[in-house]
Write a protein that binds this ligand. Sequence first.
Ligand SMILES: Cc1ncc(COP(=O)(O)O)c(C=O)c1O
Length: 468
Amino acid sequence: MGTLASRELELIRSQFAFGLRERIVTNNAASTQPPLAVWELLRDLSETYENVHRGQSDASIRTTEAFEASFDTIASWINAPSRDTLSMHRSTTEAINAAMYSLMADFRDGDNVVTTLMEHNSNYVPWHAMCREILPRFGRRVELRLARFDHDSGELDLAHLASLVDARTKLVTCCGGSNFLGTKPPLDRVRAIADAGAYAQPDGSTGALLLIDAAQLFASSRLDVQAMDADFVAFSLHKLLAPFGVGVLYAKKSLRETLPPFLYGGDMIAEGRVFPDRVEYNDLPWRFSAGTPNILGVIASAQTLRLLVDMVGADPDRAWFRTDDPLDPAAVDAAMGAVADHAASLTQRAIDGLAAIDGLHVYGVPAGRERTPLVAFNIAGHSPFAIARALNAQGVESRAGCHCATLAHRDLEIDPAASCRVSFTVYNSPDDVDRVIAAVRRAVDEPGLFASETAPVVGATPASASRG
Ligand SMILES: Cc1ncc(COP(=O)(O)O)c(C=O)c1O
C-alpha cells in the first residue's frame, strides 16, 4: 500500500481545474471534482446533442448509442452481469428511494426492515418513512430495526444485527462504508445474516433481501456486485470524479424482471403498446427509465470512469476515454487498486498527524485498520464549525456537521451532533494532508486569528460530550 509516485500524482493533478487555483479539496466524501477533460467532452457533446430513443436523426442515433454504451461501462465497472441490472437516478438517495418504492407493495403486515445506526440518512429516512408514514396509511405495520455499532472501534455489532433478523425480515440494508466512522462492515457476514432469516419471499426463496448503500465504497474500492451477492447496490458517480447528477441502482436481474418500476411514463413502455385498458412495458433496462433521462450526465459519468483508468491504470499505451470499447476487468482492478492504496495511505498519514494534536478525538475505526478514506474528529473546547471555517481561511476545504450520519452522532451522544471531516481521493497529495494537519494545529493554537464562530463547543470524546 502506498501513495502514487509524485510525478504520476502531479500529472493527475494537472488534469483538474482546482489544481490551477491552489484549492486543497478535502471534502471528497461529499463530492469529488471532475477532470477538465470531462468538461471538454461535455462541450463537444453539445455539438451532437439530442434526445435518446426519440428521434431518427444521426444526432439522436449517435447520442442513443453513447447513452446505451454508458450502461455497459458502468455494468463492467461494478462487475454486474449486464446493463439490464442497472437503473440511472439522480443520486444514491434517489436510487435507494427507487428500491424502496419498487419493494413497498410487497411488504406484508408484520414484516420488518433491519438497518444500522451508522447509516447515512439516505439509507435510513426512506425506510423510516416507508415503515412509519406510508405503509400505515395502507393499514400495514412494518417495523424498522436498528443494529448497533461499537462506540470505540466503529465496528458494526454483527451479533446484534443477527439478533434483529427473523422470519419476518424482508430486507436487511447497510452501508458498504460509513461516511463518518470509516467502518467497512464485512458484507459477506451481513449477507450470511440476511440469508439466515427465514422470510418467505414472493419468488419462493427464503431469507432477507440485502441492499448495500455503496456510496462511499464505490468511491474508494473496486465494487464487485456479484461477489457481494447483494440484491441491490446503490452508489453515486459524483463521488468518483464525475459531474453531479447520476446515481445508480444495481438490482439482481430476477428482481428487475419481477419488481414494479419506481417511475412510470414515456420510454419505459413498449413502443406503441399503450391501450385504454392496458399498458405493455419496455425491455430491460429501459423499463426502469421513464421520461427523458440525464443523458449527458450518464455519458459523462461513464466516460469519467474510463478516464480514471487512463489516468492511473497500469497500461500507458491503452486509452479508454472517449471510446466505448468493452472495459478490461484487469484494467479496472488496477485503477481502483491504485486509487484505494493512495487514498488509504493519505488517510493513515492524516490520522497519525491529527492524533498528535491535544484534545483531538478521531471517531470510528482505530488507526492502522482498514477504513473509508476519511477522518471525522472533534477537538475538546472547539466547535467543529469554527475549525472548518478556520481551515477554510487557510485554504483547506473540509466539512463540519453531522454529514447526514445523524443517528451515529446521536448514538455517540455528540452534542451538538456534529464533527469536522476531511476526506481524500486520487488527486490529493501527501502535501495536502500535511497542510490539513498544520491548519488544524494553527486553528487550535491561534483561534483568535480566524473569524469568530458562535456555534456551541463540542467535547472531544462521546463521554465528555455527554457530560458537557
Ligand atoms: C454512505 C452514503 N450514503 C448515501 C449518500 C448520499 O449520496 P447522494 O448525495 O449522492 O444521494 C452519501 C453521501 O455522502 C453517503 O456517504
